[in-house]
Design a protein around this ligand. Structure first.
Ligand code: SF4
Length: 447
């Protein structure tokens, strides 16, 4: 265990580092972060409030030594977190030592520190802490974006994000859930799950098992959605590609555990264009999937984005897109005219569409969608809906229904909501609609 100064009465952590220099560097990262967040490091088990064992899983002898050290730490101290190479297969550890508090894999210093925070909380000290628990947020207090991964494994021909941000790197589920819990404790009413490819969450970690609320969860989309659904906030999923396993999420929406809302960037309705775009799940019969999802969850709101004027897009293919749009009857839609991004592979494609045709197609697209949107909103007039208040302005409030993400979707204008507070969740009666917004009145005013 590392030597440590003992000049504070902060909670104490012991760390046992096994294995190669790479593991030692990980240990240094962990102790640096622990020191920076106010923990004191101690050199033996009996002085420590909690022990971290950084394991080695390279050969059988190293695994045996790791398991023996974990056993020793449990016997001598009792509060043990395990990390490092052996943590890549947590069942190898939990099968022998079921009492460990948590297991993380190699190079996961941030997750280790988050686990230490969870099992050995250090009281928030405004003199030391420059940021509140859960970090600084630039959103209003009542909603927050929850980033679950960085990077992307796809190669869509119009996009350079994988070149800029690299391959998919998911955050272990326990870490994401602890951040979500802290946000909800701070008053956040709505969690917006974001990434480049939410459906791929956990693929890069082999759906690694993690711990949360003393149970095992897997780093995968279903477990993420189900666990977030327990926190009491609205949970909205963005950037979901229609891979087959997305079907498993729909029942969680139908049961009201997460919002019945899917933001799926379909981008086009023509199979040929989708293939030249190299879109994930391009071969899926998306109209059939949409039909099945709506049969299972009739309240489902579908949001999407599209590109018109992609290189090589013919008038026939554009009309295919309009037909697809009419058939899909999506609730919320954004549309962009294709514009070349420096470094994107699509720039080399033949048949760039002239700007005036792009503009004309964009207008036709928007006109079709405006009629769909108006008709779908009109069906909601007369009903009652839960809304979340974003702003209050003199005599009225501006809120969002479960169908509306902030910034990109519509609003619900509450004509008698001048007394409400931002962040309140209330029920309103919907009294009117236009192309993109709803109008309503508070229910407790005799409506
Ligand atoms: S557009 Fe394609 S390549 Fe770009 S981030 Fe999304 S899925 Fe990945």
């Amino acid at each position: 265990m590392p030597e440590a100064p003992n000049n504070t009465d902060a909670p104490t952590v012991g760390l046992v580092s096994l294995g190669c220099p790479k593991a030692l560097v990980d240990s240094e990262d962990i102790v640096s972060r622990l020191r920076a967040s106010g923990y004191r490091l101690v050199p033996n088990y009996d002085q420590a409030d909690l022990v971290v064992v950084n394991t080695c899983g390279f050969i059988d002898a190293a695994k045996a030594e790791s398991l023996e050290t974990i056993g020793e730490a449990l016997a001598e101290n009792g509060k043990v977190l395990v990390t490092g190479c052996m943590g890549a297969k947590p069942e190898q550890i939990t099968a022998i030592h079921p009492k460990v508090l948590g297991v993380t894999g190699p190079h996961q210093a941030e997750a280790v520190v988050a686990s230490v925070h969870q099992h050995l909380p250090r009281p928030h000290d405004p003199r030391l802490d420059l940021v509140p628990p859960g970090g600084l947020k630039l959103t209003p207090r009542h909603y927050a974006y929850l980033k679950i991964s960085e990077g992307c494994n796809h190669k869509c021909s119009f996009c350079i994000i994988p070149d800029l941000r690299g391959k998919l790197r998911s955050r272990p589920l326990g870490m994401v859930l602890r951040e979500a819990e802290q946000l909800v404790e701070r008053g956040v009413q709505e969690l917006l799950v974001i990434s480049q490819d939410t459906s791929a969450y956990g693929v890069d970690l082999g759906y690694q098992a993690d711990f949360w609320r003393e149970r095992e969860v897997e780093t995968r989309l279903y477990d993420l959605a189900a666990a977030l659904g327990e926190l009491g906030a609205w949970v909205r999923l963005h950037y979901v590609y229609p891979y087959p396993h997305v079907d498993r999420i729909i029942p969680l929406m139908a049961e009201g555990r997460i919002l019945p809302y899917l933001d799926i960037p379909f981008q086009h309705g023509s199979q040929r264009i989708l293939k030249t775009m190299r879109r994930p799940a391009a071969a899926e019969n998306t109209l059939k999937r949409i039909e099945a999802w709506r049969a299972e969850c009739p309240d489902l709101t579908l949001r999407s984005t599209f590109i018109v004027g992609f290189p090589g897009e013919t008038e026939t293919e554009f009309c295919e897109l309009l037909d697809w749009l009419r058939a899909a009857q999506l609730d919320r839609v954004g549309c962009f005219q294709y514009s070349p991004v420096d470094g994107a592979r699509a720039n080399a494609l033949e048949g760039h569409v002239p700007d005036e045709i792009k503009q004309e197609r964009w207008e036709r697209f928007m006109a079709v969608q405006a009629d769909i949107s108006a008709a779908r909103l009109k069906r909601r007039v007369g009903g009652t809906e839960w809304v979340l208040v974003d702003e209050v302005d003199d005599d009225h409030a501006i809120a969002r229904s479960r169908s509306d993400a902030p910034e990109i979707d519509g609003q619900v204008i509450i004509s008698d909501g001048g007394q409400l507070e931002p962040g309140s969740r209330i029920q309103v009666r919907i009294t009117g609609s236009d192309h993109y917004d709803l109008f309503g009145q508070m229910l407790d005013r005799g409506n």
